[in-house]
Design a protein around this ligand. Structure first.
Ligand SMILES: Cc1cc2nc3c(=O)[nH]c(=O)nc-3n(C[C@H](O)[C@H](O)[C@H](O)COP(=O)(O)OP(=O)(O)OC[C@H]3O[C@@H](n4cnc5c(N)ncnc54)[C@H](O)[C@@H]3O)c2cc1C
Length: 333
């Protein structure tokens, strides 16, 4: 089983910054996130929105803040396990935690920092009767590796940013790409909508508005699907179907780990953001205490204090010495 000093559950901004503060104390971190890339809500919900309340940045796009955080922590070489949900958390008699993910990865550490935000983002699934039969056999709700779709007959369903962004990206590599949207208007960035109409004019995307996918067909793996609009119903060849209707957060397995939880948030002591289970801390949107504000900068502060106490657990009561980065710089591992 892989070992580290701190397992961080959630690679949103607060989980990422935890790596930096832990790194300054020479603590190694392993981040796990259910999403295929780091960034949490900033990457998933509002990558192109400007944020105005990050100290030292009069304005910064959400995706740029994540890119900067990734650069800032790279010096500490954090490990990432992405596209896997932490399902099981067990405390052994020797005080070490064992973590198991949805895909069977196992990691052990003396400290766990939960930075799980609003919880796991679960895909919103369309109501197609037999869709579960084809999950991972041609149906994907999250795109982990776009190469899977090269030279394939792909159908995307959805009309938001995610559906349009992937449509624009995949149009260049697929054999045939079809976009199905159940309305006549899109809910996406204007530049994405105009890029899409260019692709439709060039015949690189086959667009069907006011239509939906009603049935999937195939022998084990997906081979075709049925599309229906107000007038007619027809089948198209389809190797890969991507229903991209967004993701909704769910607390999920965290609720089963013996932590004090109130209204989908983990109750913490605001001195060091420790939970009721010694060795487990919670930072960022996932925690709750008197006066809590769900802001990125508050999560950064919480992470900074949590790793001070984590250090004492990992070094058996020893206190970390306080230093300014201007004085010591950032020591590489
Ligand atoms: C539209 C919008 C605008 C916003 N604007 C601002 C703003 O201007 N300023 C500001 O300060 N804040 C803003 N916020 C709030 C800010 O985005 C959150 O405070 C911030 O994202 C919290 O970061 P986090 O790291 O705690 O959690 P998140 O960003 O939610 O990341 C948590 C991560 O944990 C993962 N996860 C959860 N459970 C598990 C599990 N069991 N296993 C594996 N992974 C798991 C999730 O997949 C997710 O990636 C805004 C939010 C929204 C929605």
């Amino acid at each position: 089983m892989e070992k580290t000093d701190i397992v961080i559950i959630g690679a949103g901004p607060c989980g990422l910054f935890t790596v930096f503060e832990a790194g300054l104390l020479k603590l190694k971190c392993h981040l796990i996130d259910y999403l295929p890339s780091p960034g949490g809500q900033l990457a998933e919900i509002y990558p192109k929105k400007p944020i105005y309340d990050i100290p030292g940045h009069p304005v910064i796009l959400a995706k740029d803040l994540i890119a900067n955080l990734m650069e800032q922590i790279s010096v500490f070489n954090p490990k990432f396990t992405l596209g896997e949900r932490v399902d099981h958390l067990l405390k052994r008699e020797d005080g070490i935690f064992e973590i198991k993910t949805s895909l069977g990865s196992e990691i052990e550490a003396p400290v766990i920092i939960i930075a799980a935000g609003l919880g796991c983002f679960e895909p919103r699934k369309p109501e197609i009767e037999n869709i579960s039969e084809y999950e991972n056999k041609g149906v994907h709700y999250i795109i982990k590796d776009p190469e899977l779709f090269r030279n394939k007959n792909v159908v995307i369903a959805g009309g938001g940013d995610s559906a349009l962004d992937w449509c624009i990206f995949l149009a260049e590599i697929t054999e045939k790409l079809t976009l199905i949207h159940r309305r006549s208007e899109f809910r996406a960035a204007p530049e994405s909508i105009s890029k899409l109409s260019e692709l439709v004019n060039q015949n690189k995307v086959h667009l069907h508005l006011n239509a939906e996918v009603t049935k999937l067909h195939g022998n084990v793996a997906l081979q075709s699907l049925t599309i229906k609009n107000e007038q007619e119903e027809w089948d198209v060849i389809c190797d890969q179907f991507l229903p991209l209707f967004g993701l909704s957060p769910k607390l999920g397995p965290i609720a089963e780990w013996g932590l004090n939880v109130d209204k989908n948030a983990i109750l913490v002591n605001s001195i060091d953001y420790s939970t009721n289970v010694p060795g487990i801390f919670a930072v960022g949107d996932i925690n709750s205490y008197e006066g809590k504000l769900k802001l990125i900068l508050c999560g950064f502060h919480e992470a900074t204090l949590a790793v001070q106490s984590a250090y004492k657990i990992i070094h058996k009561g020893q206190k970390p010495s306080f230093k300014y980065t201007t004085v010591t710089g950032i020591n590489k591992f």
